[in-house]
Write a protein that binds this ligand. Structure first.
Ligand code: PQQ
Length: 583
């Protein structure tokens, strides 16, 4: 077993531990464990359970470091250290003091996507943006730093990512006119190393006009200001609340930026760079090596923050370092992660209708741009336009719930939404700390389909094709796990943990946990036995009606119509369920 202070990359190679939320730096969410496999997973039983004592949405997963499990909760952001030798007996508990005034400033429930580990410390990133380093053995606070200011609408839901001697920290608040940034703090004492804004002057966005590349061309001067009107970039969104990945060989960090603020596109002319962008940055300096904006001048709230999954695959006889990303906008992208070359951009939900696809002709001035279907635009010549039947809805063909990749099958396993919307933009003015949304939405299941709001799909990233698809009544809002046992796990909003065959998608096992699942499945070993863990606790944007306890569940930010039926299946309450094979 790796000692607590051993190099994190090495610890990731030990499949017995789960040392980072994303499984590894590649975000593959793939485990080499195969004790539980497709032949015996049907026999799985509950080993032990743990109630977190907190309501609202439980995203992310626990970590396992040695014989300790580290478990987090949504606001108030409690951290538990649990003893694996004693079915989760509490070793220590840390509960921060936070001003509850942060709760109404969080757009999409009070979720938190989990703690991180490095160098003997557990890193908690609180809702109010405080980052705390806790001693992993004792839970004592070693240092803390405020990454943002909740009174200006700056909040947090994301985990942090440790890379070498730093942690990388994002920010939420795209619905409050926050200017997004990714910030690196030194692990030793929490001091600032670098900050890269998503928009603004070149020196703020850490881009070199001549050497930061955009689809093979330099980005040029002032790219983060001259694609905005006046100083709108100062309240431009592009927040960084998703997942980050890292390639140690290239020393590049990959992540995506969120929607431009406001949701009313007529109020912010221009391409609004670098919102909706895949960023590749040097881990030591933050300097951008390459960028690619997926949805210039977003008209639908298609944040680009979903995870970047790093793989090595052979294309046309050549082994390439790839990056695959399933965007909210419904397109599955594969890029060369060394250069940022765009290789594939295809719809991963047949319902997607706002675009006919991306221009792939390198000679075209439109190269890399999605072609917008005019009927689904929400502005015309600077005027607001109400538009109906847009697919996907604002929560995208996929939101932050992370996909998994199996090197065995070379398939991606993707939790998706199958939801469309009507969009009504309206004029809004900016006041710090107040919602700066500028549109109302109605969301409903994709028409002319199976009637449900989700699919769990297997995707061939090289061809850009769906291999198989499992229809689900509700969006699949849980992160997937693929294993060497050729099993793929995911959770459903009704509360089922499901295990399916990685090749065929055939259902092998299901178990109804106490609440809807928006957490991510993880696995580890203790005493040579494989365990599978999942957090239940319905909430997040899809479950916000239930989470907020609203009289009318459609009153959340953007009416999320069809999810109201969730109350027929489940209710609030955080619980971890741990499974194993019978002894
Ligand atoms: N969070 C969820 C969730 O956890 O269920 C879903 C969403 C967020 C969205 O669909 C968002 O658009 C969103 N946007 C921001 C932002 O623009 O800053 C933040 C968050 C968040 O931090 O959870 C979400």
């Amino acid at each position: 077993m790796a000692a607590a202070n051993e190099d994190l990359s090495k610890m990731m190679e030990d499949p017995g531990q789960w040392v980072i939320q994303t499984g590894d730096y590649k975000n593959q969410r793939y485990s080499k464990l195969d004790q539980i496999n497709k032949d015996n997973v049907g026999d799985m039983q509950v080993a032990w359970t743990f109630s977190t004592g907190v309501l609202r949405g439980h995203e992310g997963s626990p970590l396992v470091i040695g014989d300790t499990m580290y478990l987090h909760t949504p606001f108030p952001n409690i951290v538990y250290a649990l003893d694996l030798a004693n079915d989760g007996k509490i070793k220590w508990k840390y509960e921060p003091k936070q001003d509850p005034e942060v709760i109404p400033v969080m757009c999409c429930d009070t979720v938190n996507r989990g703690v991180a580990y490095a160098d003997g410390k557990i890193f908690l990133h609180q809702a109010d943006t405080t980052v705390v380093a806790l001693n992993a053995e004792t839970g004592a606070v070693e240092w803390s730093v405020a990454n943002g200011d909740a009174s200006k609408g700056e909040t947090n839901t994301a985990t942090v990512m440790p890379v070498k001697d730093k942690i990388l920290v994002g920010i939420s608040g795209g619905e409050f006119g926050v200017r997004g940034s990714l910030t690196a703090y030194n692990i030793s004492d929490g001091s600032l190393a670098w900050r890269a804004y998503s928009m603004g002057p070149d020196s703020d966005i850490l881009m070199d006009p001549e050497n930061t590349m955009n689809l093979g061309k330099p980005v040029g001067e002032n790219s983060g200001t001259n694609t905005w009107e006046g100083d709108q970039w100062m309240i431009g969104g592009g927040t960084t609340w998703g997942w980050y990945s890292y390639d140690p060989e290239l020393n590049l960090v990959y992540y995506g930026t969120g929607n431009p603020s406001t949701w009313n596109p007529a109020q912010r002319p221009g391409d609004n760079r670098w919102s909706m962008t895949i960023m590749a940055r040097d881990a030591d300096t933050g300097m951008a090596k390459w960028v690619y904006q997926m949805t210039p001048h977003d008209e639908w709230d298609y944040d680009g923050v979903n995870e970047m999954i790093l793989t090595e695959q052979t294309i046309d006889g050549q082994e390439r370092k790839l990056l695959t990303h399933f965007d909210r906008n419904g397109l599955g992208y594969t890029l060369d992660r060394v250069t940022g070359e765009l290789l594939v951009a295809e719809k991963f939900d047949p319902a997607v209708n706002w675009t006919t696809g991306v221009v792939m002709d390198k000679e075209s001035p439109e190269y890399g741009r999605p072609q917008v279907v005019a009927q689904y635009s929400t502005e015309q010549n600077g005027e607001d336009v109400n538009s109906t039947g847009i697919c996907p809805a604002a929560l995208g063909s996929k939101d932050q719930q992370p996909a998994a990749y199996s090197p065995n099958t070379e398939l991606f396993y993707v939790p998706t939404n199958h939801v469309c919307m009507d969009y009504e933009p309206f004029r809004v003015s900016y006041t710090a700390g107040q919602p700066y949304v500028g549109a109302t939405l109605a969301m409903y299941p994709a028409p002319e389909s199976h009637g449900g709001m989700g699919n769990f799909i297997a995707w061939d990233g090289k061809k850009g094709e769906i291999k198989w698809s499992i229809p689900e009544q509700f969006s699949v809002w849980s992160g997937a796990l693929a294993t060497a046992g050729d099993v793929v796990f995911y959770g459903t909003l009704e509360g089922y943990l499901k295990a399916v065959d990685a090749n065929t998608g055939d259902l092998l096992y299901k178990f109804k946990t106490p609440s809807g699942i928006i957490g991510n499945v993880m696995t580890y070993t203790y005493d040579d036995q494989q365990f599978v863990g999942i957090l239940s606790g319905v909430g997040g944007w899809a479950g916000i009606g239930l989470a907020a306890g609203l009289a009318n569940p459609n009153d959340g930010l953007g009416a999320v119509g069809g999810y109201a039926a969730l109350s027929d299946y489940t209710a609030l309450g955080g619980q971890l369920t741990v499974f194993k094979l019978p002894n």
